[in-house]
Each structure stands twice: as structure tokens, then as C-alpha cells.
Design a protein around this ligand. Sequence first.
Ligand code: SF4
Length: 474
Amino acid sequence: MAELRLREDQREIVKKLVNALSSAPWVALQAPTGWGKTLTALAVIKELGARPALWLTPRLAISLHVYANAINMGLRTLATAGKEKLCGFGYTTLDFARGVCRGCPLNKPVRLGDLKQLSGSLDFGRVKEYAESMGICPYSLQSMLERYNGYDVVIAHYNRVHRLIRAIKPRMVVVDESHNLVLPTIHKIDARVMEVLLGKLGFEEDEIGQIIKSPETLKMVLNEMIDALVTIAFEDNDLKPIIEEVVQMLGCQVWFFDGSDGTITALELPSTNLSTDAQILYMSATLPPSLLGSSSVITIKRGWVVPIKVDAKYSFTVENVRARRDEMVRYIRSKFLKPSTLIFTTASREVLLGGVDEVVWEDDLGSKAPCDFRSGILALRTFGKFIEGVDLGCFENLVVLGYPILPPDAMRRLEARGVDERSLAVMKSIQLIGRVVRTATQPPQLPSITLADKRFLQIKDELQKYEIQAQLET
Ligand code: SF4
């Protein structure tokens, strides 16, 4: 396939990035979706001869997009996946904790000679096919390829960063979609279910009460008892998916009790401490505010603004919702609950939409897609699963109900990890608005977008830097 050619404006940016990297350990590129950041960054890798380069992404679909562009640029590339995605038997993290690999018939040494026939670029699907035809473990084959096959570019999920920095010693690291550095992934377990689990682990009732009140203690206890948890998972089918979730949560940095929905909640952030001497290139259509303020950032504007309204009648804090619930419910019904409306909100504000039959909730979607409800009213979670990689432009109205931050305790602890309240609110708002504004070019008509909470006024100017023009709703 012919090598992809860069446009003149992309070549200019390549030059700027290469120059910037000669005097700074990191640079950042903010450019609209569809502008061609991937090609530009690949050209920087080529220009600098920065091989191997490690390219980090949050999802396999993005990895494949980078992979396709990289091979078209003539770069030998390996797109990798995690163990649970590659396993020839479809085992999960819990199965691995149980030690299934020890008795696995595919768990055989991979010979360096086996790698010779795999000299070209490979994605994770091909790695799996080759490994199975060779009768070896796909994940082991991938590990050997990473280490010994000398790729120009290795693409991996954020979670694999430390392992790959050790294995391939990259000369450059590209952090793709780097707005995710300040957007935690949220895991939740109902506190009552957690009590059942602790009971199964042999704790007495009063001990359970104590442990539940202190989620970080709970995390340490569960970490220590991982073997017992795995045993329970294979004895009790009902608890198995919950224990799967708990095991995932054990890798999260912040655990807290969320009183608004009675859950033990865990926050997972990609590692920002890359512990490498490699040059770093951050990229996103919306870089976090902390990066945007630096002189090492190159920004390409979209050239048109997204108009939005801020409805500042109320601050939908937990206390205010408790105190003024009825009048808020009336206001929301009269103002926002109309056909073709998508609402993003959090558990503490769900009561404000309660009792309205027309509202369909995220948990009620079943096998249907959100756009199947485009003529009605759909309420999705601000920190739920439809916040990234999904196009919801099928709705005529978007309402973000409530300032999108986490409870004060959790916010303080995130702040200690470099994520302040303002940055989270800005990035979260942009992320949610991005669900209904998906095109790089200005569409003939945009949905009506309202941010409903007085506190959005605090970030009005910040949003302007991302070409989002907020007007106060009167
Ligand atoms: S050795 Fe590989 S194929 Fe076998 S169970 Fe483990 S991950 Fe799966």
C-alpha cells in the first residue's frame, strides 16, 4: 500500500513538534477529531527516528486505527492486547488468579526461531491466529514479539505502560486521547453486596460494619484475601461477576463510600508517572487544562464554536437537592423533559427525574442502543458506560444535569493525584458535549445543549478555550 502523504499544514506541525522535542522532554498536540493527529505523530516518530516508539491508547478500536495508519506509513508495527483478550481459552482475570495457565496445554516455551516467520507488522488478532496455529499461548507469543522482534511502533493499552517501558525501552511514548489522564474510570459495588461477600470471607457482623466504613481498609483486606475470593467465585456463580469487578477494583487508586447510591466506589486513573527517559507526546482533541497552559503545547483550532446554554437557576448539590427537591422536580419537568432529550446525570440527582414514566434509564436499555430512544427522554450516567466512543447526536436536546464532579472526599484524594475539581468538571463537560457533537466540520444543525447547574458558570471561560461558547440561560 502506498505511504500516506501529509498535507502541508500537517508537515508544518511535524516540524514544530520535532523542534519542540529537541529542547523539551515532552510536547502536546491538541487538534480536532479528524484533523490527522495520528498521521502527524507517526511522521514525528519517523522524522526523529525515535524507534521503538510506544503508543498508548485507551481502547482496542483506537489501537487498530493507529495500526492501520502506521503500516501505511511503512512502520513495522505491533498492536498488542491484554492477556484476557488474547487467551486462547477466553479465560478471565479471575481464572488467571486461580492459576489456569499452569495446566494449560498451550503454555509451552516460545522459541526465538518461531518469531522469524513473523517478521512483518501484526495486530493482536493475527498474533492470536498465529499462536493457535503454532500450538502456543497467544499472550506468551506477544510478549516474545514485543521483546525480540524490534518493532518501530508498539501499540498498547494504558494499563500495559509499565510492562512495556521495561520490555521495549521506548525512545518515544505517545499518549493518545490524553484527556483520559484526568477522567477516572469508575467501578461500583453495592455496599450490601460487599457485606455478603465479607460474610462469605468469614467476617462477623460488627467487623463487616467497621470495614465497610473504611473502603481503603477494605481494599487492603480484600487484596490480602485474593485467594479466598477466587475460591468463592468458583463456588458461587451469583458472586462470580461481583468478584470479577472487585478484582478489577483492586488495581484502582482511590476507594470511597458513595453515600448517594450506597456503593463502594473505586476510581481508576491511567498512570501519569511514566518513569522513562523517552520523549513524550501527548495528543487529544481536548487536552486537559493543566497541559493546555504550557508552552510545550501546539493547538490547532476547529474554527467554529459549539453554542451551549448554562441554566444557573439551581446548584444541584446533594444538600440542595435534599432541601428543595419538590421545586427542583417541577422546574426540571417544565424546562427539560421534552421529546428527543438526552440527560446525563449522577445518582444523587436521579430523584429529580423520578416518577416520570417517559424517562428511560441507562439500566433499562437492555440490548437496545441509546439512539433507539431518540424520540423520547433518555437518562444516562455522567460517569457511566456511554460517555466515550459512542455517537448520541441522534437526540435533539442534551442536558447535563448537575456539575460533574465527585464527592468532596474523593475529589480531595484525586487532587493529591493531580486531578483538581475544575479540570475534572471541564473535561467531563467537554466529554459529555462531545457525545452529541461528533463532526470535525460544522454541521448544519447542532442539538440544543444545556448545562444545568449554577456552578457551570465557574468554568464558562475555560470552556471557551475548547471552542465551546456558553451563554447564560435567562
Ligand atoms: S497459557 Fe495462555 S492460552 Fe493458556 S490459559 Fe494462560 S493465557 Fe490462556
